[in-house]
Design a protein around this ligand. Structure first.
Ligand code: 5GP
Length: 213
């Protein structure tokens, strides 16, 4: 499937998309391609206490903040959700999400299971997707693929991955990344279908109404 969407009309009411999946399942690859293919979906830039990796840009990949600043965001209620992942804290800023949705735009959060649960509770209209690996065995061999990791690190990553996967039953959509092209198609199909919902397109309904005689 290759999306054209040449004359695609954006919905009046955007969606809040929540994407979760264990590390090593390729969810970031799917998300990046989908944001390039489907117009009108913003990427939510999370705040994190982790250090930037090579090539990451503050304000683009994450807002890199100190622990004190993160405490301040939590205390001021400025985070829609937050969680500790691999020993660092990550959180979604509430204001950009609310302003995107308020303006009819869509926004996508790529967050962990604990954060996704908080969003499902706070925003029950959120559209939730979970990216699964082909199998646990395939995931393990991918995580082992980075030959530099020690057995202890691999075991921890595997434990964390399976903890995330245990929550997949709480999500509305499951996308299996067994073949990347297929997974891109399925992932983008969900986003487009959700944005075609009639409830998001009342203007179109009104425009099609025949004048009363
Ligand atoms: P990384 O450090 O590799 O960029 O991300 C590690 C994990 O943190 C990923 O599973 C990612 O989905 C999750 N994550 C990133 N941003 C947020 C956030 O704002 N909230 C939560 N709960 N998890 C996040």
């Amino acid at each position: 499937m290759s999306l054209t969407l040449r004359t695609w009309r954006r919905p009046d009411q955007g969606a809040l998309f929540v994407v979760t999946g264990a590390s090593g399942t390729g969810k970031t690859t799917l998300v990046r391609a989908a944001l390039a293919a489907v117009p009108g979906i913003a990427w939510s830039v999370s705040a994190t206490t982790r250090a930037p990796r090579v090539g990451e840009v503050d304000g683009v990949d994450y807002h890199f903040v100190s622990h004190d600043r993160f405490d301040g965001l939590v205390a001021a209620g400025e985070l829609l959700e937050w969680a500790e992942v691999y020993g660092n804290r990550y959180g979604t800023l509430r204001a950009p999400v609310e302003s995107a949705l308020g303006a009819g735009q869509s926004i996508l959060l790529e967050i962990d299971l604990l954060g996704a649960r908080q969003v499902m509770k706070a925003m029950p209209d959120a559209v939730t997707l979970f990216v699964l690996p082909e199998s646990l065995a395939v995931l393990e061999s991918r995580l082992r693929g980075r030959a530099t990791d020690s057995e202890e690190v691999i075991q921890r990553r595997l434990r964390e991955a399976t903890q995330q996967i245990d929550g997949c039953g709480e999500f509305q959509y499951l996308v299996v990344n067994d073949d990347l092209d297929t997974a891109h198609d399925c992932f983008q199909a969900v986003l487009v279908a959700e944005l075609q919902r009639r409830a998001r397109r009342e203007t179109l309904v009104t425009a099609m109404k025949r004048p009363a005689r």
